[in-house]
Design a protein around this ligand. Structure first.
Ligand code: RUQ
Ligand code: CUA
Length: 686
């Protein structure tokens, strides 16, 4: 012991000297760069005169106002969390508002080494495997994430869970916002692509996953010549068990729908609670084949002036499911289309033209559908829909689904501009709609109970703000809840074009922050933020004080995948390596700045199960762990226990080490795994 202590002293001295040397180099290089940068930089560096700085940097008074609105000084926290889909990255981005600083990327569907997601840690491997297998039998390792959905209580975000869909494989993930980690991925058992998800019902009883492209349900083969007869659409309702923090697979069900392409859905709220509204495209039942001389999908699926808004009685559907009035497809209960019609679960309302988006107003009274090829948004009245259902209709589509009369359910049509897509809301009686072709955000006034909140006449365009460029979704602060905040809106632009420094042919997305607090025609863009990793579709913005994430895991030995202490977690003083035949179990602890044990001696062919507990209680005292050549990397956050398993198929000496720079002596936080060659080692035992 004494020897050890005295030997660290010269080491500390060396470290201090090295730090001093590094600081000296830094000071010299800073001075050099200031000199090289010329006059402008000198003025900026030397003055606190804001006008002089603005002049030197070429900033307008508007630029300065925008900067002041969003600038968040060091140490100060943002007011909102923005949870953005990560698009093709398969992940979720956490961004602070109004600063637009990225705070975290949450690994969801795609392996991510820093968080130790998918590099050996048992819990994470299980989540990935739950998500279903690719055609070659290996786990799917990417996703096209589209629509994050925060859990709600009484139609308000409650900050507990986040859900997100994978359009590419029809999957839904559950993220726990206590530790910002994914806990579950469910694969849709009857279809391969989704889009109308994830949207929650006002108390998060159900997570809605609407389909996208028609296909034979249950993954059967059928020639596309049989499209009308054999292909189908669907909507799945995942039951959410809030207590368990998981989707209850065995309490969930789907409804068979005609093979139109169901698109985006929203849940009713307040008066319309219990109903679901999905727009659709391709009621033409186009089957493509441009190479055969057929019209391509883009025109084949855009012939009709009207497609169908799907109006679904979820509460009644849940009763039909509970009564067992279902067919099993891949062991999953599906209410057949005929049953859905007979039970009055499904109605259509015509919606113009190449519709997109389906957004329910904060009071639940209106459903807004945009038409990609129509300069209007169409507003449907929920009371009118109910009255039309009550009155009955003899009109049906080819599958027998009742079609309500357009004029009797339509409340208003508002001309906004070219390519309207998605709508959000504020607290001043305004709706906001993205205009893809115009590259603009439109503000327009709502009618009904919202009429008195602003001075504008109901159902009229108030103003438009250009955005850069090709806007998809928009998201406003709590803008799809029963009580939107009305201060910020983010335009999620698909093309950045000239907004940022060039980075080659693949450009980032451009998130633009708009200040919508002013009302009227005042709606400036105040910040541009490049997002460099996939094309997010939707995002949601929640008030930061609604979240209560853990600083560290509640107790030492915490398993994040059960959210409970694991009794078997290695404890300090009880670290050991146990052998049972060819099975070796390592019980290890991590604390600044050592792992215990520091030597693990095994034989080639052993099957190794390795547990590590991070016994730290200090905020941010995370340790990483890797064994070279074995493709293992885990992140062990304070209190967490991590388990991984592998077969020691390669002999030799392997230096394992901590991958997080956790302390001054982090480099010394290592050990040796020695794998002795062994003749008996051929096949490992299980
Ligand atoms: S779909 S913008 Cu949510 Cu419009 Cu992708
Ligand atoms: Cu622990 Cu570095």
């Amino acid at each position: 012991m004494r020897l050890n202590r005295s030997s660290t002293r010269p080491l500390l001295l060396v470290t201090v000297l090295m730090i001093l040397a590094a600081m000296a180099i830094l000071i010299v290089s800073c001075r050099n760069s200031t000199e090289q940068a010329g006059t402008n930089t000198e003025i900026v560096g030397a003055t606190e005169d804001i006008n002089a700085i603005a002049e030197a940097r070429g900033l307008t008074p508007q630029d300065i106002a925008n900067a002041v609105k969003t600038f968040t000084p060091s140490g100060r926290h943002d007011e909102y969390y923005l949870f953005a889909s990560g698009g093709q990255s398969g992940q979720v981005y956490v961004i602070g508002l109004p600063s637009m600083r990225i705070v975290k990327q949450i690994a969801v569907f795609t392996p991510e080494p820093w968080q130790g997601f998918g590099y050996g840690a048992e819990g994470t491997m299980n989540v990935l495997e739950q998500g279903g297998l690719a055609a070659d039998g290996t786990p799917l390792t990417w996703a096209d994430t589209h629509h994050p959905g925060l859990s709600e209580t009484d139609g308000e975000y409650d900050g507990q869970f986040l859900f997100i869909n994978d359009k590419a494989n029809a999957r839904v993930a559950v993220i726990d916002l206590r530790d910002f980690e994914v806990k579950q991925i469910v694969k849709n058992p009857i279809t391969l692509s989704d889009h109308g998800g994830t949207f929650v019902t006002p108390d998060t009883d159900w997570i809605v996953e609407g389909g996208q492209y028609g296909m034979p349900l249950g993954f059967e083969y059928s020639s596309i010549d049989n499209y009308e007869a054999d292909y189908r659409g669907m909507i799945t309702f995942w039951k959410f068990d809030r207590e368990a923090g998981r989707i209850a697979y065995d309490q969930s069900f789907a409804i068979e729908l005609p093979p139109y392409w169901q698109d985006l859905c929203d849940s009713g709220k307040l008066v319309s609670d219990g109903w679901i509204f999905c727009n659709s495209i391709n009621t033409e039942l186009a089957t493509g084949g441009v190479e055969l001389g057929n019209p391509p999908f883009e025109s084949g699926a855009s012939q009709n002036d009207m497609d169908f808004l799907h109006i679904i009685n979820l509460n009644k559907a849940a009763e039909v499911y509970a009564a067992g009035n279902v067919e099993m497809i891949n062991d999953f209960p599906v209410i057949p289309l005929d049953t859905a019609i007979a039970e009055g679960l499904l109605y259509f309302a015509p919606e113009p033209k190449s519709p997109h988006g389906s957004d329910v107003t904060p009071d639940g009274e209106f459903i807004i559908v945009a038409g990609k090829l129509d300069p209007h948004v169409t507003v449907f009245g929920f009371d009118k829909i109910m009255a039309a259902i009550e009155a009955g209709t003899s009109d049906t589509d080819a599958y027998g689904v009742p079609i309500l009369d357009f004029d009797s359910v339509m409340e208003a049509q508002v001309e906004l501009g070219l390519g309207p897509l998605h709508t959000q809301f504020d607290d001043k009686g305004y709706a906001y709609t993205s205009l893809f072709l115009d590259s603009a955000v439109a503000r327009w006034s709502l009618g009904g109970s919202f009429d008195e909140l602003n001075e504008d006449p109901p159902w009229t365009l108030v103003t438009k703000t250009p955005v850069q460029y090709n806007i998809g979704h928009i998201t406003a602060a709590e803008g799809d809840t029963v009580s939107p905040d009305g201060n910020w809106l983010v335009a999620m632009n698909k093309w950045a074009v000239d907004r940022f420094m060039p980075v080659g042919p693949l450009l980032p997305q451009n998130f633009q922050l708009l200040d919508i607090s002013g009302g009227g025609t005042d709606m400036p863009v105040v910040y541009d933020m490049p997002l460099p990793d996939g094309e997010p579709h939707y995002a949601q913005i929640i008030k930061a004080d609604k979240l209560a994430p853990w600083d560290v895991y509640p107790e030492v030995g915490w398993d994040p995948h059960t959210q409970a202490v694991w009794d078997g977690a290695p404890k300090q003083g009880e670290e050991r390596v146990e052998r049972d035949g060819n099975n070796v179990t390592v019980y290890m602890t991590a604390i600044r700045s050592h792992f215990t044990p520091e030597r693990v001696e095994i034989k080639k062919g052993d099957h190794v199960t390795w547990h590590i507990t991070n016994v730290e209680r200090a905020l941010d005292a995370t340790h990483g762990f890797t064994i070279p050549a074995y493709n293992i990397h885990v992140s062990i956050e304070p209190g967490e226990v991590v388990t991984f398993e592998f077969d020691a198929m390669q002999d030799g000496v392997f230096s394992y080490y901590c991958t997080e720079f956790c302390s001054a002596l982090h480099l010394e936080m290592m050990g040796y795994m020695m794998v002795e060659p062994s003749d008996e080692a051929s096949a490992p035992t299980d």
